[in-house]
Design a protein around this ligand. Sequence first.
Ligand code: PRP
Length: 178
Amino acid sequence: MKTELPLKTLLSAQRIRDRILELGAQITADYGHDELTVVAVLKGSVLFFADLIRAIDRPVMVDFLEVSSYGDETKSSGVIRITKDLTHSVTGQHVLIVEDIIDTGLTMRYLLENLRTRRPASLRICTLLEKLPRPASTADLVIDYSGFIIDDKFVIGYGLDHKGYCRNIPEICYLEVP
Ligand code: PRP
């Protein structure tokens, strides 16, 4: 049993696995011989990140930062905070930011602005899920690698939480609101 919550499967573990292999192959091809620093945005991206880096056939460095904007709420507060910063400098590095979901895009816009000030050689984004449409303020965000485009559902599992729980569900589900 997954949980007592009324959950419906949106993306099965197999579909997620297959898509990650495609993303990994695309990233491997795109970066050529460049070394890559892959940055996981904690906490939601951990499962995706762990599977994605194993699908990239290149030397990679990893680093982690933690951002919070939702707390226990289902809507973004709009106030983004870095609660854990990178351990290493990314100046001159090819950086790939890995997210579980880009919803309003406010977190990613903030991260791009913040990381650009550290002068990486390049800065790209890979997200497992992308909610569309985005608000006008973030509609122009360029997402380099996007696993799945989804509509406006509250999704959990495979790293995404509901009040801190459900991250260990191996597939992506949505909460059925009666
Ligand atoms: C989630 C997700 C992204 C952000 C996306 O993080 O992991 O970082 O929200 O939302 P946005 O596009 O509307 O800004 P959350 O704050 O829930 O933290 P978590 O990853 O630790 O669960």
